[in-house]
Write a protein that binds this ligand. Structure first.
Ligand code: DUC
Ligand code: ZN
Ligand code: ZN
Length: 484
């Protein structure tokens, strides 16, 4: 007798699809089989039973370097995530210059604890890699279960230089942490932005022109080169160009520990969405920017070919009002508008409907991209699949349900969705975190605080040997031992 049985569903993991009952006890998957009985039973006949999504790129209760706050906190953000089929999320804890790492993590603990309905962790954004941060605080953060760091190659108040990047990669490598990078060339963006503003081209659509594809390609190439030199794992987040994805694919073919992420906006939106009257286009501003149809096709091909390990929302919610996009008034130039858009609840339905149902990707790829690979990269050793002993983090989907996306049906704290009016087929109906229902039949049934902080482990690099550059290989260097 189990605490809960999910009966009669079709289970899919990153490698298999099979029919079985799931027996759950004490929040864990206790058995897979048939004919199970439980104190509580969910009938999943005709449904897909998938690992709960792990949303590993979202901005929740996060202030930018210039002070703007995202509209979702850990309560609304986690609720929205759960309605979108996620049972765990990993937002960012953002260090700003002058802040210590420990102080940053304490601040985010105070924001998240008691609020989230699903399990959570944080990636630490490092904007001030002082000696204390590198040698005392990052190891302490790792001990605390924060095993992924994000750095920026652009934004004046956030960016680090190449030397600092190498220092962070080296510490991360030593502890088994994953470094994530926002890869865009800062100088190219500043130069383009100044040219546009000087010419009076300040409308939101110019945001797309101010972030040329070349800026991403150059920075990805540099970031991969730095990671190879340090022999450290690196994830390029929000890849928005096929040329950038080509670089990720090449590095992976060489065995380097390079990973890539893309996001819904780059597969489903184009810069025509930015070209709306007045400030409407601001709703579609994110960085890197959305591009064109040829870009979408190229990114879909990379998704199919396995270049990307993770598909994340990059939920960065700023309302279309004076608290968000319009904080600098209705006449603001594109440079003064917050970058980011919501999407935490639609990441999975968009990819399921337009990826799996259309046959562009398999159900196994869907599970890998949305849960299993994130668990491996981010050290969520108890999550990301359906197997005996793992947390019962499970999403039960109706693959035939058709819904039209409407802002008014969302559960985030936003006043628009960039995907308004899209018809999507296949939606999550019930979501469990550690065996407890969070969302059931379209209703929230969890209390804020039901989610727990997850102390994460080191990155799982199985299958990624890494490459040692000749200059660091003693066999090719008169026996000289130089180890990062
Ligand atoms: N980078 C992100 O990851 N999200 C929002 C904006 C940005 O620059
Ligand atoms: Zn970024
Ligand atoms: Zn982001």
């Amino acid at each position: 007798m189990f605490d809960l049985v999910i009966r009669g569903g079709k289970i899919a993991t990153a490698t298999d699809t099979f029919n079985a009952d799931i027996g759950i006890s004490d929040g864990r998957i206790a058995a897979l089989g048939t004919g199970f009985d439980g104190a509580d039973v969910i009938n999943a006949t005709g449904k897909l039973v998938l690992p709960g999504g792990i949303e590993a790129h979202c901005h929740i209760a996060q202030e930018s370097a210039t002070g703007g706050m995202t509209s979702d906190d850990y309560r609304s953000g986690s609720i929205s995530a759960a309605f979108g089929g996620n049972s765990c999320f990993v937002p960012f804890a953002a260090q700003h210059r002058g802040m210590g790492v420990t102080e940053t993590l304490d601040l985010y603990d105070s924001r998240a604890t008691g609020s989230s309905v699903i399990d959570w962790g944080y990636h630490l954004i490092i904007a001030d890699p002082t000696e204390t941060a590198l040698h005392d605080e990052l190891p302490a953060a790792f001990e605390r279960g924060i095993t992924s760091f994000k750095v920026f190659m652009t934004y004046d108040l956030m960016k680090i230089d190449d030397r600092q990047f190498l220092d962070i990669l080296t510490v991360a490598r030593r502890y088994g942490a994953l470094t994530m990078v926002h890869a865009e060339n800062s100088g190219m963006i500043a130069w383009m932005s100044d040219l546009l503003v000087k010419g009076g081209h300040t409308a939101p659509r110019n945001h797309a022109l101010s972030h040329p594809a070349l800026a991403e390609v150059e920075a990805i190439n540099r970031a991969i080169s730095l990671a190879k030199l340090a022999d450290a794992p690196l994830l390029i987040v929000h890849v928005s160009t096929p040329e950038g994805a080509d670089l990720v694919a090449d590095a992976r073919r060489q065995g380097a520990k390079i990973f890539g992420e893309t996001c819904p906006q780059y597969l489903f939106l184009t810069r025509d969405d930015l070209d709306l009257p007045g400030m409407e286009g601001a709703k579609f501003m994110c960085s890197p920017p959305v591009r064109d149809m040829a870009t979408q096709d190229g990114l879909w091909r990379h998704l199919q070919a396995g270049t990307f390990s993770v598909f994340s929302s990059d939920h960065a919610p700023y309302r279309f009002d004076e608290t968000g996009k319009l904080a600098n008034g209705p006449e603001a130039s594109f440079k003064q508008i917050a970058n980011g858009m919501p999407g935490i609840a639609l990441r999975l339905p968009l990819l399921f409907s337009e990826g799996v149902r259309t046959g562009r990707i398999t159900l196994q790829q869907f599970v890998a991209l949305t849960a299993t690979n994130a668990a491996k990269l981010y050290g969520l050793t108890q999550k990301g699949s359906i197997a005996v002993g793992l947390d019962a983090d499970i999403a039960i989907w109706d693959p035939e349900e058709v819904r039209i996306v409407r802002a008014e049906d969302q559960h985030d704290n936003m006043d628009y969705t960039p995907f308004e009016g899209r018809e999507l087929t296949g939606w999550p109906q019930t979501v469990l975190t550690r065996g407890a229902r969070v969302v059931d039949g379209g209703k929230l049934v969890a209390q804020p605080g039901q989610g727990r902080f997850v102390k994460r482990a080191r990155i799982d690099l199985t299958g990624h040997p890494g490459v040692i550059v000749p200059e660091l290989d003693p066999a090719q260097n008169w026996g000289t031992e130089v180890r990062p």
